[in-house]
Structure formats: C-alpha cells, structure tokens
Write a protein that binds this ligand. Sequence first.
Ligand code: PEP
Length: 252
Amino acid sequence: MRTPVVAGNWKMNGSRDSIGELLAGLKSQLESMTLEAEVLLCPPAIYIPQVLEAVAGTGLGVGGQNAAAQENGAFTGETSPSFLADFGCSHVILGHSERRQIFHETDSLIAEKFILAQAQNLTPILCVGETQQEREADETFNVVSRQLLAVIDAAGVNALGNAIVAYEPVWAIGTGLTATPEQAQDVHAAIRQLVAERDQSLADQLRILYGGSVKASNAQTLFSCKDIDGGLIGGASLDAEDFAAICQAANK
Ligand code: PEP
C-alpha cells in the first residue's frame, strides 16, 4: 500500500503577506480533515523559512522547487541542496518542465542534481513528461523513459527507493488541459513497468504523482487510477480551499 502524496508547487508566486494568508487558510482547512496523503508545500526558496516556521508541528512537509548541481562555491544566484537540508526541507522538485524548457536543463544535469540532493537526504520529486508535439508524434513513452533512465543510469535504480516521480505532460501544465485518467494511467503504468523490469519491489513502492491542471473537480478521478499515487499541483495550490480539497481527494 503506497501512501499518497500531494505536493503544492507555488512556482514564483507570493509575498510575505499573501503566503501568511495562504498558510493560515490552509491550516484551518486541513485541521478539520482526516488525510491519508503526505502533504508537501514547495514555496519559492526565499520564503522557505517563513513556511517552515508556520507549519511546524502540523505534519506538513516543505520542499524546494529546484536546487543547484553543486554543493558550494562560485555559483552566483544558485540554491545549494545543502541549504535546503540545513533549513529543514525534506524534498526538492527536480526536472520540472519549466526548468527543462526555460532554463535549458538537460537530462544529465538533472541526474547530477538528483544525486546531490539525495546526498543531502532530500527526497527528489523527479518530473518527467512529454510536450504536445512529442505526444502527437507518439513519442510520449520514449521521452518519459529517456528522462527516467538518465537518472537510473547515473544514480542506480535503488536510488528510486528515496524518490518520487511526477508525470507531468507539458501540454497540461498551467494550460487548463488535463490528461484524461486513461492517458495518465497508461503513462504511470509504463513508468512503473520500466522500474519493475529492474526491481519489482521498488516499482511496487514507488510513488508516481500526476501533475497538469489538477483541480478540486478532477483530482478524485485521477487519483483513483491504479498507478496514480497523488499529485503535483501548481495553480490550484495557491488557493487554500482548492488545495485542501485536492489533498482530501487523495484519500483512498
Ligand atoms: C506544475 O507546475 O507542476 C503544475 C502541475 O502546474 P498546474 O497544476 O498549474 O498545471
């Protein structure tokens, strides 16, 4: 039995005031709920201390949205994975499609980041997913396999024992388009199969999240698919009521 995970990716949004309000709203919504999911919040790096302080004792986890591929040194503007760990983050999102597309992060760079993050005892949330063009060219599984194998080849399959995979079709991120439960389930099953070919018990335990325009209204149908173990939520994680409803939709 895999514990579901719901992670909120706040992206580059918020201010001290708006984050304070969001956290207060979220805490009051979640207080009255019985949740089965592990819930994580991934704020912009500079707001991590504010979020950590506010969620202390609530059971909510905090993660980074990205981390450097180096530990320390002359890398102006970067956030070391050791900084995230030092402040008390438990997770870090790596390989988000915005990092791959806008910041030109490659599969091999993401694999390096993955290894360094794990060395700091952070659990990577490794994002994989195809573009619209790749889906239309029937390349979905080739792309997702390539992205996943880059990490497996560099870190070893056992490294997935302390990782979460997020399948995020690029065409569904922030667009309002959601993969159908069948489309999502097919890719999730293929990801699990790829891992099972290397280690069956690891594959059985691996949490694979779906991300791409998940809302309170479609979360339950997606999360009830056999190989979908929760979600990585962008836009809807900025609304306390919507995000809490999505967390509740992960109850089996
Ligand atoms: C994301 O940024 O990871 C994401 C899934 O965004 P959205 O939910 O807004 O599509």
